[in-house]
Design a protein around this ligand. Structure first.
Ligand code: PLP
Length: 279
């Protein structure tokens, strides 16, 4: 069987825990072939992002075209897109190259609080890229920003039904599937609790697409070594889809991969350490 080709369009994380560096490790661990188009360089470590250097959008376009015109691509994964112009370049490339399968992680703010996509680019993402997306993977703060920018009112979810409604509302913006990641929701014994009321014991991820809602629970792991989990999850989903899995199974398997990655993290650095990509 020929090797599956994943093109990652994202930012570089100099510390290797998130961004393109994490994506390439995930893709290698899944036996797929990684190509990269770099939207921005970050000077970053486990404590935070100290600076960002943007790739000129015409150069980003050349990187994408160079990869696809020669090697071709099975699944595109996008992460930190860094600017509205870069989002437009990516959406245009999706159309020109007839990209059918993509995993779009709408990276907006790093866990350490750095803005990785300016506010004005969110509207461009919604209008130009979401209609071309196969799987969108927002966390709850990203879901809130996407819905509010699209002019849809947002209320903090109080139960599982509310979370499912948010996933459906996001899917109406264009993507075929939405995976709403629940790591930011305090959940105990299957019910939402107010922050601080009880220790969270599960993470609920909701996948919605093609009229079906799938609820997926994974054990909540109290760990500071979660840097790059979002990037890594989206890349694992991309590899699993490229390998022929259904979207539901691709997401379930990717969740297990991340769970094991947090559990076996080596705890590098003084801050939020990277997960372990090879286990
Ligand atoms: N840096 C880059 C280049 C990223 O693409 C991302 C996430 O996608 C991050 C940092 C944020 O990672 P985290 O929120 O896990 O720190």
């Amino acid at each position: 069987m020929s090797v599956k080709r994943i093109l990652v369009i994202a930012g570089s994380d100099s510390s290797g825990g998130a961004g393109l560096e994490a994506d390439q490790k995930v893709i290698a661990a899944h036996g797929c072939y990684a190509m990269t188009a770099t939207t921005a360089l970050t000077a970053q470590n486990t404590l935070g992002v100290s600076d960002i250097h943007h790739t000129p959008p015409p150069f980003l376009q050349k990187q994408i075209d160079a990869c696809i015109e020669d090697i071709g691509v099975d699944v595109v994964k996008t992460g930190m897109l860094a600017s509205a112009d870069a989002v437009s370049v990516v959406a245009d490339a999706f159309r020109r190259h007839s990209i059918r399968t993509s995993v779009v992680d709408p990276v907006m703010v790093s866990t350490s609080g750095s803005q990785l996509l300016p506010g004005e680019a969110v509207d461009t993402l919604i209008k130009q890229l979401l209609p071309l997306t196969t799987v969108l993977t927002p966390n709850l703060p990203e879901a809130e920003l996407l819905l509010k920018t699209a002019g849809i009112s947002f209320m903090d979810p109080e139960n599982v039904d509310d979370i499912s409604i948010i996933a459906k509302q996001l899917q109406q913006l264009g993507p075929k599937y939405v995976l709403l990641k629940g790591g930011h929701l305090p959940l105990t014994k299957g019910r939402l609790v107010s922050k601080g009321e009880a220790d969270q014991d599960v993470v609920l991820n909701v996948l919605y697409g093609e009229g079906e809602t799938t609820l997926m629970e994974t054990p909540y792991q109290k760990s500071r070594n979660t840097h790059g989990t979002g990037c890594s999850l989206a890349s694992a989903i991309a590899c699993n889809i490229a390998s022929g899995m259904s979207i539901v199974n691709a997401v379930k398997k990717a969740n297990l991969y991340i769970e094991a990655g947090i559990k076996t993290s080596k705890g590098l650095g003084k801050g939020n350490g990277p997960i372990n990509h090879f286990h």
